[in-house]
Design a protein around this ligand. Structure first.
Ligand code: ATP
Length: 223
């Protein structure tokens, strides 16, 4: 299988803080990769660099052999939930998705937007403004936003935050289906061992700025 994403000697520093030191990894298509590490270890920084929201201090990042290191564009093949998504609080969930869809380079139909909401457990006909949404509902809308334009690569930073047990199960099933039936590559940062064990094919541990890989067997393992 060919390499989808490649980090080559990537370093990232903020002022005097060296967050990532010569990070190297290669990711293949159609796998779920887990990124594990303590608070502040650099998971979100890695995700932001893949989406082009942040630049490495040195080193190179490739996405499908295209050098993304100095790219100013958010790649259109990526859907992401990184930190708290910003929604327009006085609009409904669906209206927010419609606006974001209008900005996308790969817009989908209204019915497809509604289907994304249903898939994460939200009612697209709910007219309530997002400001009245619970934490879990906002998180679900964030996931719907990440998947709605049918990305090849899905980046999920703590996607289960605020979700109840039933919703976590639904999301796990949903992410697995995206991988198995649609070949989506998923990068997942999570502090939840069960999510990591159930979902991930391979794990990366980040500590003291360095990254260590560990192979996982499908669905369940030695995390
Ligand atoms: N824009 C920024 N400016 C300065 N420092 C930053 C910036 N973004 C991240 N950092 C620092 O980089 C380090 C890694 O942050 P990051 O958000 O990647 O951690 P994380 O592994 O995602 O943590 P968590 O598990 O808490 O989500 C932290 O020390 C953080 O303070």
């Amino acid at each position: 299988m060919s390499i989808y994403i490649k980090f080559e000697n990537v370093c990232k520093s903020f002022r005097h803080e060296e967050v990532l030191k010569h990070v190297n990894f290669e990711l293949k298509k159609g796998q779920i990769y887990g990124f594990v590490g303590r608070n502040g270890s650099g998971k979100t920084v890695i995700f932001k660099m893949i989406t082009g929201l942040m630049r490495p201090s040195s080193g190179q990042i490739f996405l499908e052999e295209v050098n993304m290191t100095h790219s100013k564009q958010f790649p259109k093949s990526i859907g992401a939930l990184i930190e708290t998504p910003g929604f327009i609080s006085h609009y409904s969930g669906l209206k927010n998705l419609k606006i974001l869809n209008g900005l996308s380079e790969k817009p989908v139909s209204l019915e497809e937007l509604k289907e994304s909401m249903r898939l994460v457990g939200l009612d697209p006909d709910n007219k309530k403004p997002v400001r009245t949404y619970s934490l879990g509902m906002k998180q679900k809308l964030g996931i719907a936003q990440a998947v709605m334009n049918k990305p090849d690569l899905l980046i999920l930073d703590e996607p289960m935050n605020g979700l109840d047990e039933e919703s976590v199960k639904r999301m796990r099933h949903f992410f697995k289906t995206l991988k198995e039936e649609h070949g989506v590559t998923i990068l997942l940062a999570s502090h939840n061992k069960e999510d990591i064990q159930i979902l991930c094919d391979e794990l990366f541990y980040i500590a003291d700025g360095t990254l260590r890989a560990q192979k996982e067997t499908q669905a369940g393992v030695s995390a």
